[in-house]
Design a protein around this ligand. Structure first.
Ligand code: C5P
Length: 256
């Protein structure tokens, strides 16, 4: 498919060697997986939408001083990113109870939490990414105390910014997952935001109707998955509505 060297293939993305040292190309697939890849599907156009939505959010986060790996979008499915050493944690920020938190703690889905809660999962597919504490992270050295401080403060700043960004377009940011990496700049190392931010990694509910506009549509067999992602893109102003009322998103040059 490509002349470039593949570095890594994940469930929803592929990383290729970039054109310059220290860069990678992140390719967004249409593949969707849930429950640690027990459930799988191909959702036409999902990769194109996630590429655009992630570009939009990363660019805006960069503009407010959140360092991240995004450099530029190359085409419908690919973006140029900074190469980082991924810190093996999934950093989850929650504003409203849902998903595994509701299940684990018996809190009704939709209950607003008393404050934003940051959780950590150890990135290990074989173990199903178990929830871990800061003690585990420190004891096993997955991140240094300084890195963990940076991760928490960046995660909370990202939450504040994104909550406002989505609220402005009628969407509640229920929760989301972030990944961070070590970016080596000469003999300095900096913790920066990596991976993607998209409806695959966020829970996004319509502010008025509570309609789900995220991957839970796939996890829970609600249908209309890409339509919901397109609705998020449309509300953010990333894709335009056509005269007929449908979304204008050109999948033809999307190159699978
Ligand atoms: O499943 P759970 O409730 O723990 O997910 C919390 C948030 O993190 C959700 O927005 C979910 O989409 C995201 N998440 C993710 N990748 C994972 C686990 C969770 O993007 N592996």
């Amino acid at each position: 498919m490509s002349r470039r060297r593949m570095i890594y293939e994940g469930k929803a993305k592929i990383l290729y060697e970039g054109p310059e040292p220290g860069t990678l190309i992140q390719y967004f697939k249409d593949d969707a997986t849930a429950f640690n890849a027990e459930k799988k599907a191909v959702l036409d156009g999902k990769g194109v939408l996630n590429n655009r939505i992630s570009e939009f959010i990363m660019t805006r986060l960069g503009a407010v001083g959140i360092p991240n790996h995004f450099i530029k979008r190359i085409n419908m499915r690919e973006q140029l990113i900074r190469k980082v050493e991924i810190i093996p944690l999934e950093v989850i920020v929650r504003n409203v109870a849902a998903g595994t938190m509701s299940k684990r703690l018996g809190i009704a889905e939709g209950e607003t939490l008393p404050r934003a809660i940051v959780e950590f999962c150890y990135k290990k597919d074989e173990l199903g990414d178990p929830l871990v504490s800061e003690e585990h992270i420190a004891a096993f050295g997955w991140a240094s105390p300084q890195e963990l401080d940076d991760i928490i403060s960046l995660a909370l700043r990202i939450n504040d910014f994104m909550s406002g960004l989505f609220a402005a377009v009628g969407i509640r940011l229920v929760d989301f997952k972030l990944e961070f990496g070590r970016h080596f700049e000469g003999d300095m190392v900096r913790t920066i935001l990596a991976d993607e931010i998209s409806p695959d990694s966020c829970r996004l509910w319509d502010l008025v109707t509570n309609e789900k506009l995220d991957k839970d549509r796939f996890r829970r067999d609600l249908g209309g998955v890409t339509e919901a992602y397109a609705e998020v893109a449309r509300r953010l102003g990333i894709i335009k509505e056509s005269a007929q009322g449908g979304e204008v998103v050109d999948f033809s040059s999307a190159g699978k």
